[in-house]
Design a binder for this molecule. Structure first.
Ligand code: SF4
Ligand code: SF4
Length: 441
């Protein structure tokens, strides 16, 4: 099994299911010392991975061992939070059969699931600036991604479904598995639909998720849907214009450096100091030669700086602007230092998730979203050809073709980074246009 795991994963269209959507067959085509399972699920309100680790602990370990064997890793680590008590219990029961795999139990802080933070917390290694876990002999893989590998290894089931948490202002908060390509509206109906009329939907977690249309489609990167009132603080914050962000920086940034104090990348010793970049936002330039706009490339967009800021400013959004502008001028990240030690007070600076939830005004939504089996039969799906990092998949079906659930409908273009796509329901192809394949039962 281990010798051709890359082919198995490639044939199944597996991509990072935590939201990153990087094709997994490319990621695991490496040799590392340690494979780290990202079971942190640090975004508030999401409840997928913590439940999957409880319900499918044995399957997870089979897939993890297969990835370890393939990458010649001598050990495996599952990084998860202390509060995931049922998952810890379920995994510990199975771990007696896996002496080279251990748990690394973390406090409930954000962003514990940031790849570079997770590598440090579980191994003590620091990923270099602008680097990836592979640079320090590690590979980080998400819980659901591993289960997709297990399903392909044992049942030859490619990626056709997605686990998602449905929460916020919905009838009943739940976590379930749905076919790829159904609409956000259909998914929310499984949770009783939105309970308010003037709402906005976030795809992903409240911190890094993006606002989506109710008629958009579920993809391999969808991890959760959060329905919030249109005038909720978080929505107003996410929709604040760039102009407003910059104007507020000029008016209100008092250079207290609290944003830098909480920044997880700064804590790893990376040359990122958001408060200094805010001087550029505030003054449109600066006489301080020590401020290097290119350090914005080191920002992981976790958004924590905003919620540490008493003035509610948005260094992360300004960093996004800087990165876009620099990239537009053909400037690449010049920072590749390898820090030898992290901030000695890093642990004390961990930002507690409960505090974050309060700060975000999400206390009333921080409720369980239990796993439920979806029994609804869907009659139409729209499978987007581009739902992963890399080139869009190339359609291999035409209008009028009959397809069955699990049949390949999109292939990796020759020589490109991409991922295969599969029909998620039985039916007939009714359209291959606008970057998607439509299948109707
Ligand atoms: S952005 Fe906020 S936290 Fe950062 S230096 Fe300015 S006022 Fe302080
Ligand atoms: S979003 Fe803010 S806190 Fe997060 S890495 Fe970027 S600068 Fe640091």
């Amino acid at each position: 099994m281990s010798t051709n795991l890359v082919d198995i994963v490639k044939s199944a269209g597996i991509v990072g299911a935590g939201g990153a959507t990087f094709p997994t067959h490319v990621k695991i085509d490496a040799e590392v010392e340690t494979v780290i399972v990202n079971g942190a699920e640090c975004e508030p309100l999401l409840r997928v991975d913590q439940q999957l680790m409880t319900e499918r602990a044995a399957d997870l370990l089979v897939a993890l061992k297969a990835v370890m064997d393939h990458t010649k890793a001598s050990n495996g680590i599952i990084g998860l939070k202390k509060k995931y008590v049922p998952a810890i219990g379920a995994l510990r029961k199975e771990l007696v059969n896996y002496p080279t795999i251990k748990l690394s139990i973390m406090d409930n802080f954000y962003p514990a699931g940031d790849e570079q933070t997770l590598v440090y917390e579980t191994t003590g290694r620091i990923v270099p600036e602008g680097g990836i876990p592979l640079n320090v002999g590690t590979l980080v893989i998400n819980v659901e991604t591993l289960l997709n590998i297990y399903d392909m290894m044992t049942e030859e089931k490619p990626v056709i479904d997605k686990y998602i948490t449905l929460t916020g202002c919905v009838g009943r908060k739940l976590t379930t598995k749905v076919p790829l390509g159904i609409t956000v509206r259909e998914a929310l109906e499984l949770a009783g639909g939105p309970t308010i009329s003037d709402f906005v939907i976030i795809n992903g977690g409240p911190m890094m998720g993006k606002i989506v249309d109710i008629d958009s489609y579920i993809t391999k990167g969808t991890k959760g849907l959060i329905v919030l009132p249109k005038d909720h603080y978080l929505i107003l914050s996410k929709t604040r214009s760039i102009r407003e962000t910059i104007k507020m920086a000029g008016m209100a940034c008092m250079q207290c450096s609290l944003c830098t104090e909480v920044c997880p990348r700064h804590a790893l010793g990376h040359a990122l100091e958001p408060h200094k970049l805010m001087r550029i936002a505030a003054y449109g330039g600066t006489l301080d030669n020590n401020i290097d706009a290119t350090s914005a490339f080191l920002c992981c967009d976790c958004g924590l700086c905003q919620y540490a800021c008493v003035m509610d400013l948005q260094p992360w959004k300004f960093n996004e602007i800087l990165k876009k502008e620099l990239a537009g001028k053909g400037i690449k990240n010049p920072h590749h230092e390898q820090p030898t030690k992290a901030d000695p007070f890093k642990k004390d600076k961990h930002f507690d998730v409960h505090r974050l939830i309060s700060r975000l005004g999400l206390d009333e939504y921080d409720k369980p979203a239990p796993m439920e089996k979806c029994t609804k039969r869907f009659t139409k799906v729209n499978i987007q050809l581009s739902q992963h990092i890399g080139a869009p998949a190339q359609p291999v079906v035409a209008v009028g073709d009959e397809v069955t659930r699990g049949q390949m409908i999109g292939e990796i273009p020759e020589g490109k980074l991409s991922a295969r796509l599969f029909a998620s329901i039985d039916g007939k192809v009714t359209s291959v246009a606008d970057g998607k394949v439509t299948i109707e039962a």
